[in-house]
Design a protein around this ligand. Structure first.
Ligand code: PLP
Length: 434
């Protein structure tokens, strides 16, 4: 194996993949079990060249990939592994830093703290927030609730809206907390007047819910939490990156009052999966909850190890890819891309509004458009299946006000107006016989 030659071939593979990804069916067209059937049932006895891995990536695995890197991926929340992020992943693996203690990689720890300070500045967060990187927003929610529970041991209730991400349900289940869902208003926002905080240790409020990208009324929720001494976690996993645009910043009013905030740079900021930012103004409480330093990890260093603020001991050098992305795009590059996605979503929203037989079903603030075709839920479900089976685009759905809704989520840095136009053409074409 030659790192130089095979490495050049791997980089070439990725470059050519990204050039042709928009020609591949976005949603994988294989059936369950197809990929397994094409793989040997046991590992090789003898070493194989790396070229064999690349060959089988093309011939065996490629058909089983759903292309998140496609500019026509509009499902869930679309993401991008940008070029600097991809290259940084190579460096991260090459360096293989294992950040268990500050001394095991001072650069990892200090770069992580600095990049989260930078990102906090880009998003307009107050300087007193301390940030670290988690794998996912789900871990961030779990961690925040663990801290909230430890602070108020007698209180076992967590409140959130019925549209909060299921990560909250999972975290509450694991922590043996009771999750109570508060009803929402017509714009799918938590109704703060219905918050009953007497037994609560935490509230989870969302900026950019998964189903509709709705925005809970954070200022009112924050006031209620403060008065009741209840932890407020703001989940801005998807939408948080949009705070980089000054004109969108008002949508984030009040998040600076949260006790913790989660934003996923791996969703809308060009950082490859996984990289989830978690800020807190109460890092001492995080440390009291998570710090556990056994004898073999004790050190004379005058530094708080990031492992004392989170669940895992070892951490990857994720900060390197965030750093690479922040440097290679700069504030202006990130702003530009997010602003363009919002423009494209505005355009798509207008096409839908102007077309008889179609309707917009939720207010749109960011780059997610929720809409449906007239007819039954089953009609809309069938339409979505047909659109996705075309392989040309990939969209997903949600249930809003108990109606099946289609979602077009723009978030890939390579998506152009032509891609969005194509999505609209495919939707209209597949809808016409229905
Ligand atoms: C609002 C919101 N919160 C949390 C999550 C969970 O994110 P992760 O996959 O990083 O756990 C998502 C995922 O889409 C989300 O939309």
């Amino acid at each position: 194996m030659s790192l130089r030659d095979d490495g050049a071939a791997a980089v070439e593979w990725v470059a050519s993949y990204l050039e042709r990804v928009n020609e591949l069916p976005v949603l994988s067209q294989v059936e369950p079990g197809d990929i397994r059937a094409a793989l040997p049932s046991s590992p090789p006895d003898e070493p194989e060249p790396f070229s064999a891995v690349l060959r089988d990536l093309d011939s065996v695995l490629l058909p089983g990939l759903t292309h998140w890197q496609s500019p026509r991926f509009f499902a869930y929340f679309a993401t991008t592994a940008s070029e600097p992020g991809v290259l940084a992943e190579l460096l991260i693996a090459g360096l293989n830093q294992v950040g268990i203690l500050w001394r095991t990689s001072p650069a990892l720890q200090e770069l992580e703290e600095v990049t989260l300070e930078w990102l906090g500045q880009l998003l307009g967060l107050p300087a007193e927030f301390h940030g670290h990187i988690e794998d996912t927003a789900s871990t961030g929610v779990l961690s925040a609730l663990a801290v909230a529970r430890a602070l108020r041991p007698g209180r076992r209730v967590v409140l959130c809206s019925e549209h909060t991400h299921s990560a909250a349900d999972k975290a509450a289940r694991l922590l043996e907390l009771e999750l109570r869902k508060v009803p929402v208003d017509d714009a799918f926002r938590l109704r703060p007047e219905l918050l009953e905080l007497d037994d609560a240790c935490a509230v989870i409020a969302t900026i950019g819910t998964t189903g509709a990208a709705a925005i809970d009324p954070i200022p009112e929720i924050a006031d209620a939490c403060e008065a009741a001494g209840v932890w407020l976690h703001v989940d801005a996993a998807y939408a948080g990156s949009a705070a980089v645009c000054p004109e969108l910043r008002p949508l984030f009013a009040g998040w600076e009052c949260a006790d913790s905030i989660g934003v996923n740079p791996h969703k809308w900021l060009g950082v490859p999966m996984d990289c989830s930012a978690l800020w807190t103004r109460r890092s001492d409480d995080f440390r009291r909850t998570f710090s556990l330093v056994p004898e073999f990890l004790q050190s004379p260093d005058d530094a708080v190890n990031l492992s004392e603020l989170s669940i895992p001991l070892g951490r990857r050098f994720r900060a390197l890819k965030l750093w690479a992305v922040l440097r290679c795009f700069g504030r202006s590059g990130l702003e530009e891309r997010i602003r363009e996605h919002v423009r494209l979503a505005t355009l798509f929203e207008k096409w839908v509004r102007d077309e008889p037989g179609w309707e917009i079903v939720a207010p749109r603030y960011f780059s997610l458009v929720c809409f449906r075709r007239e007819g039954t839920d089953e009609d809309n479900e069938r339409l979505l299946d047909q659109v996705n089976a075309s392989g040309k685009v990939f969209l997903s759905h949600s249930r809003l006000a108990d109606r099946y809704s289609l979602r077009l989520a723009i978030g890939n840095f390579r998506t152009t107006e032509d891609d969005v136009r194509l999505a609209w053409e495919v939707l209209r074409r597949e809808a016409s016989p229905l």
